[in-house]
Design a protein around this ligand. Structure first.
Ligand SMILES: Cc1ncc(COP(=O)(O)O)c(C=O)c1O
Length: 464
């Protein structure tokens, strides 16, 4: 692909899909096209750089880009299957349901398939309300559960909600990792408590074992259901197949999506405990939730391939080992830069680096893009750069990632003698932290560059 073709794609995308997105990506040196997707890399054909995928659509590519074993599973399925009729029994669905119930902890022995993460969250909340006959849902501040109706109502940040208000009024939000705050809002009218065991978009906050165990007790006491959203944290991401295993807590309902489809064919599921309250509700209301695309036969075969790969190739162990390497390297950088980095958090390969100012997350993302790493700051906490590389990452690839992070930090520091004093002028910090202003400013700086940074770096990456 040449620059002319790329410009045509950008113009067309802007005209027919989303011009704001094009502007935003360009301003952050992320106007790249994904080709030669393999393992932790993809190649931008114009600059000929191989970029490390450090974002993975927040956990969609745990098994790497175009994982050969998962591709094989899809190819074999394509030889004989299609999506399948959503209403009918199917061996592929049953095989996956059996496998999922063996894989998930405790008595999470029942499955409802869904089309994507938001759909799974909506289904979980409907299940909780339908089974308990209660309406209240307790969620957490800055939680992210998706963009569909009930999932949006469960989102703890105004940014995604304000234009859609009024949303469901029976949702309450309390700070994460604060059991007393949750205790204060869970009542006899609470159908469920919903949370991510490790908050992702909120800026990578690991739910402590005490907190998660306390929530379990609280829900038992109030006869409310405990829903864990493992859409981002599942499939080996945190060093265990599911994050709740670290605390030894079995939720009543667990939602799965993203890497369940191996980054190839979307799939999602709601697992729930085989207890009368839940199973009876589903058995008596078999059509309480439906999705033509959810749990399609092709997707189920892909998900089986994903499970085989993670189990056979030691995906969880690798995530734990590589995550420890990455975290300790970033902690080292934090110690060297105490005035810039506030905290490093995370578990497994779900690591967040929090800066002192919100505008520094986008700066870091831009600096990393120039060094051939695609990584994104947290959607609900832009001061937190998060790293979610595939759990297949090797030692050599991790060396390259750590070197790029350290280099990007050094690049960023060269701009801070201008940005930090400016941030102290009254009124400037809110402007610097404003997303629209950043896009405009970064876009302007990008235009002033003599030559696109991508071009300058051409050939430097490993375009294998
Ligand atoms: C924790 C969490 N829940 C739910 C979702 C929604 O998933 P989807 O985009 O598949 O609807 C996401 C997506 O980023 C997520 O990270």
């Amino acid at each position: 692909m040449d620059k002319v073709e790329k410009k045509r794609i950008e113009a067309s995308f802007g005209r027919h899909v989303n011009a704001g997105q094009v502007r935003y990506l360009k301003s952050g040196h992320l106007d790249v096209i994904e080709t030669c997707r393999s393992g932790v890399h993809f190649v931008d054909p114009v600059s000929r750089r191989a970029l490390i995928d450090g974002f993975t659509s927040a956990g969609c590519f745990n098994v790497g880009r175009r994982n050969p074993l998962v591709l094989q599973a899809l190819e074999a399925a394509l030889d004989e299957l299609d999506m399948g009729n959503d209403e009918l029994l199917s061996p592929a669905k049953i095989a996956l349901a059996d496998r999922l119930t063996q894989l998930t902890p405790g008595d999470l022995n029942r499955v409802i398939f869904a089309a994507g993460g938001g759909d799974a969250i909506d289904c979980a909340i409907k299940l909780a309300r339908g089974a308990t006959g209660r309406s209240g849902i307790a969620s957490t501040v800055k939680a992210y559960h998706g963009h569909t109706g009930l999932a949006l109502s469960a989102n703890g940040k105004k940014h995604y909600r304000w234009f859609c208000e009024p949303l469901d009024p029976a949702f309450t939000f309390v700070p994460f990792n604060d059991l007393d705050a949750m205790r204060a809002v869970v009542t006899e009218d609470t159908a469920a408590v919903i949370l991510e065991p490790v908050q992702g978009e909120a800026g990578i906050f690991v739910g402590s074992s005490d907190y998660l165990q306390g929530l379990r007790r609280l829900c038992d006491e109030k006869e409310a259901l405990l829903i864990f959203d493992e859409i981002q944290t599942g499939w080996g991401r945190t060093g265990k197949m599911f994050a709740c295993e670290h605390a030894g807590v079995v939720p009543d309902v667990m939602t799965l999506a993203k890497s369940m489809g191996g980054g190839l064919f979307p799939n999602a599921a709601v697992l729930y405990r085989d207890i009368g309250l839940l199973s009876d509700f589903v058995d008596e209301n078999p059509d309480f939730h439906a999705s033509c695309g959810g749990g399609s036969d092709l997707a189920c075969r892909v998900s089986l391939g994903v499970i085989d790969f993670i189990m056979e190739e030691g995906g969880c162990e690798n995530a734990a080992r590589m995550g420890a390497r990455l975290k300790s390297a970033i902690e080292g950088l934090a110690q060297e830069n105490p005035g810039l980095i506030k905290e490093v958090r995370g578990i497994g390969l779900m690591i967040g680096l929090e800066y002192v100012h919100e505008f520094m997350g986008p700066m870091m993302s831009d600096a990393l893009a120039k060094r051939s790493v695609f990584a994104a700051y947290s959607g609900n906490a832009r001061q937190v750069m998060r790293f979610m590389v595939p759990i297949t990452i090797t030692d050599v690839e991790m060396d390259a990632l750590i070197a790029a992070i350290s280099g990007a930090l050094a690049d960023m520091k060269r701009l801070l003698p201008f940005a930090l004093p400016a941030a102290r002028i009254p009124g400037v910090l809110p402007l610097l932290n404003n997303e629209r202003f950043q896009t405009w400013l970064f876009g302007l700086l990008r235009k002033l560059e003599k030559e696109p940074a991508g071009e300058k770096m051409a050939g430097k990456g490993n375009a294998s």
